[in-house]
Design a protein around this ligand. Sequence first.
Ligand SMILES: [Zn+2]
Length: 117
Amino acid sequence: MREDIDLQHYKNRLEDRLADIKKQQDSRKPHSGPVELDQGRVGRLSRMDAMQQQAMAQAAGRLMESERTRILTALDRIRSGDYGYCIICDEEIAVGRLRSDPSVLSCISCAQKSEVK
Ligand SMILES: [Zn+2]
């Protein structure tokens, strides 16, 4: 358990962010029933544009989902007393790094070596 960081502060920030993500994910869910087509817009929109927009929306959705997973893991680690320690090498994560993104799970040197944030 880290004594040098205010766990409650990070917990609040993580929970706020989680609520934010949930709100955004809910608003992205397709509405049930037939979709009203905006005729003017559909006319101008080529199939390529539509596909590109869909791909971008999917990529954004995946990013949000991976952040959500990181936040849930971070909250778990707060509960278990492991928060603030690198998930890979077990070293302490720099406070500045946690401050800029409370959901980081690894120290800077491990993050540079891997895709895990
Ligand atoms: Zn590390």
